[in-house]
Design a protein around this ligand. Structure first.
Ligand SMILES: [Zn+2]
Length: 202
């Protein structure tokens, strides 16, 4: 799927939004990607899963893992496209882990699928947790890569769309200066300043 078609899908479903947003980091931005709005449509989710599966097929994964919550639906669709198991990790007491009886066989080749990567912090945690659980993480994929610097996963990282986040401290934000009302769409319950450690995502 080419980038133009993908952008149209994101815009048509409202997933790609322009306006004035407070990101989960506490910074302000004028672009926001809400993956749930495209993934709510099974046909859109399937198209995205196939496209991400296609760019990661070459690392020959045995298992796909999508971190909760953002990675669950898209991870599942990638697993379906590649015809492999689809698991998810979640946080317990702040720590990312496999639960619900999910297990990795020793040396199983794992790809981690996210909806959006921004700093990559939570993805790196997931990669470590899965390697510690006996798997071998061999790739990371995301629908949208919003990173501004290399998220340094140590394995191939593929995304369908590069959309480096442009964000400002509230006092430097041009939308604030124009007095545009702000939207706080993030999934984290308590947005904090970017300099503070991120709270758990879900
Ligand atoms: Zn602002």
């Amino acid at each position: 799927m080419n980038e133009e078609k993908l952008l149209k899908l994101f815009r048509d479903t409202g997933a790609l939004q322009h306006g004035h947003f407070q990101l989960s980091s506490g910074l302000h931005s004028d672009v926001y990607f809400q993956s749930a709005l495209v993934l709510q449509h099974p046909d859109g989710a399937e198209v995205i899963g196939r496209a991400l599966g296609a760019v990661l097929r070459s690392v020959h994964p045995d298992v796909v893992v999508g971190p909760a919550l953002g990675g669950i639906i898209v991870g599942w669709e990638v697993a379906r496209a590649l015809d492999v198991r689809g698991l998810f990790t979640e946080r317990k007491d702040g720590e990312m882990m496999l639960r619900r009886g999910f297990r990795l066989d020793p040396g199983e080749r794992v790809i981690v699928i996210e909806d959006v990567v921004t700093t990559g912090r939570s993805t790196r945690e997931t990669v470590s947790a899965l390697n510690a659980a006996g798997g071998e993480v061999v790739g990371v994929g995301a629908i949208v890569d919003r990173s501004r610097t290399d998220p340094a996963f140590g394995v191939p990282f593929r995304s369908l769309l590069r959309l480096p986040v442009e964000a400002w401290e509230p006092e430097d934000c041009p939308r604030c200066k124009e007095r545009v009302p702000i939207d706080k769409p993030g999934s984290r319950p308590d947005a904090v300043k970017a300099s503070s450690p991120d709270p758990p995502r879900a």
